[in-house]
Design a protein around this ligand. Structure first.
Ligand code: AMP
Ligand code: ZN
Ligand code: FE
Ligand code: FE
Length: 285
């Protein structure tokens, strides 16, 4: 077993390309410092952080797996889907990602208008400046903190930005079929993210499996042993790959786990890589 195999694995993380707090280079630096050997970067609706991360990783002897995190619409709620080992130059993928980011801009502007109507002024220009990429609610929250409207990102979500709160506006999302097909056509592997957030998981999962889902994020954040055992059983039942990660955002808000803090069994990575190879070679559609 080489040294890289004994190091930690973290397959879910964010950078400043979306709503993370660390640049791709700083995230890779941090990964090295906490003993990670393999890191997947899974920014929301963008792969723009990957070239810089790959460069930084090469210089530091750590491996970065290309990833992305999508939102899909399901029964009026949003479910997240991770794509791994995608061809980040696939034209259909790039076109869809830029469409999704356009949708985020439009939605972000509307949320700023909602906040204004509630008497909470922030400028859209400032939100856009903070985001500098794939704009999301955490960027709006940071602009609100700057203006003294709230003290923390969590407070901004709880009072205004979370689903069902007064400034919330849903994003334009993909359907599950569209999302999984997009990932597969870019030779990637489709994995259901943080499945405990999914309402009625047991009825949703068979539909995702029918649409071609490859895996389920089994080791996540602060999942307990009981939760992990339940998801492992679902993975077995539906023949799904298992993945895991921290969903590290580097914003210090405490709502996500620390980078590298999730224990991902090494065989999960081996099987994930095998699936990616099978897809690229056409063994699996
Ligand atoms: P968006 O992509 O604009 O829909 O925003 C979703 C992102 O906001 C998630 O990826 C999290 O990083 C963050 N988030 C969601 N809920 C909360 C919360 N309650 N407190 C802090 N951050 C949150
Ligand atoms: Zn996020
Ligand atoms: Fe997510
Ligand atoms: Fe995430």
């Amino acid at each position: 077993m080489s040294n890289a195999d004994t190091k930690k694995i973290d397959l879910h993380s964010h950078t400043t390309a979306s709503d993370g707090g660390l640049s791709p280079t700083d995230l890779v630096r941090k990964a090295v410092s906490v003993g990670i050997g393999t890191l997947a970067i899974t920014d929301h609706d963008t792969v723009d952080g990957l070239p810089e991360a790959m460069q930084a990783a090469q210089e530091r002897g750590v491996r970065v797996i290309p990833g992305v995190e999508f939102g899909i619409e399901m029964k009026g709620t949003e479910v997240h889907m991770l794509g791994y080992f995608l061809d980040t130059e696939n034209p259909a993928l790039l076109a869809k990602l830029s469409e999704l980011r356009e949708g985020r801009l439009h939605r972000g502007r509307r949320m700023v208008e909602r906040l204004a109507a509630l008497g909470l002024d922030i400028s859209w220009e400032r939100v856009d400046e903070i985001a500098a990429g794939s704009v999301g609610r955490p960027h709006i929250a940071r602009a609100m903190i700057e203006r003294g409207h709230v003290a923390t990102i969590d407070e901004a979500f709880e009072k205004y930005l979370a689903r069902g709160r007064p400034a919330y506006i849903p994003r334009a999302n993909l359907t599950m079929e569209e999302c999984i097909a997009l990932i597969h056509h870019a030779d990637g592997v489709a994995v259901l993210a943080h499945p405990t957030y999914v309402n009625d998981l047991e009825s949703v999962l068979p539909r995702l499996v029918d649409a071609g889902l490859d895996g389920i994020e089994t080791y996540y954040g602060r999942y307990t042993q009981d939760t992990i055992a339940r998801i492992e059983a679902l993975a077995r039942k539906y023949g799904l790959l298992r993945t895991g990660g921290s969903d590290y955002h580097g914003l210090g808000e405490g709502s996500h786990a620390d980078l590298g803090s999730v224990n991902v069994p090494p065989e999960c990575l081996v099987e994930l890589e095998q699936r990616a190879r099978d897809r690229k070679s056409g063994v699996r559609a």
